[in-house]
Write a protein that binds this ligand. Structure first.
Ligand code: GLN
Length: 235
């Protein structure tokens, strides 16, 4: 039985791009699930709000938030990016990540980003920090083409099929793809950056931002945060 107070709970629309496991993915019935979804749900439970999830392309998330079509972005989004900071407000960081170069498991020539050559295509997901790096490599004439794709699933498939020589993507997410398809993909070289994931709200929406930060702090203190991270990284 829902109490009167529960029935009046505000519901926020949370936007994500669900080819980013274990943070943002889909289950067998195509429901949007993942660590980001469970975290924002737990934060909502702590702070008295509910959430629904919207599937968008990664480069559509900031525009959708600015337009008010969604209220929150939960998408493994790097909060240190200056361009993004100019457009949205970020919560406190909830996860430290980094970009890595991924190649096929049997590749013996590419051992780091410096081994990428002028005849190679390199894939990344549109609008991401990985795409940014990949485009910079192309602009510097170090690779033939930055192949910018909508879904990371497509990027990984193109890598496995030999359509591209490498993928530049977030380490924990590439690791999730490695787990799904053992012995097909490996990561090489040193991290290309360091990033911190944050949830985003519309610029100036301090009321919602304060709720998210307070909820995040509480679920870290009560163990829920660690439990959810553990669950999603050990699936
Ligand atoms: N962390 C990367 C970024 O912020 C990629 C995020 C993603 O693909 N969901 O750009």
């Amino acid at each position: 039985e829902k109490s009167g107070a529960d029935a009046e709970k505000v519901t926020y629309k949370v936007g994500t791009e669900p080819t980013f496991p274990p943070f943002d993915t889909t289950d067998e019935e195509q429901n949007i699930v993942g660590l980001d979804m469970d975290l924002i749900k737990a934060i909502g439970e702590d702070q008295g709000f509910e959430v629904t999830f919207e599937n968008l392309s990664f480069d559509g998330l900031v525009p959708a938030l600015k337009a008010g079509n969604i209220d929150i972005i939960a998408a493994g989004m790097n909060k240190d990016d200056k361009d993004r900071q100019a457009q949205v407000d970020f919560s406190d960081a909830y996860y430290e990540s980094k970009l890595m170069v991924a190649v096929t498991a049997d590749n013996e020539t590419i051992k780091s980003v410096d081994d990428l050559t002028k005849d190679m295509k390199v894939a990344a997901q549109t609008g991401t920090t990985g795409a940014n790096k990949t485009q910079k490599l192309q602009e510097a004439g170090k690779i033939k083409e930055a192949v910018i794709l909508n879904g990371l699933d497509t990027a990984m498939l193109q890598l496995i099929n030999g359509d591209v020589s490498a993928v530049i993507n977030d380490k924990p997410v590439t690791e999730a793809y490695m787990k799904k398809q053992p012995d097909k993909i490996k990561m090489v070289g040193k991290p290309l950056n360091a990033e911190n994931y944050g949830f985003a709200v519309q610029k100036g929406n301090t009321e919602l931002l304060e709720k998210i930060n307070a909820g995040l702090k509480n679920i870290k203190e009560n163990g829920t945060f660690d439990k959810l991270v553990d669950e999603w990284f050990n699936k």
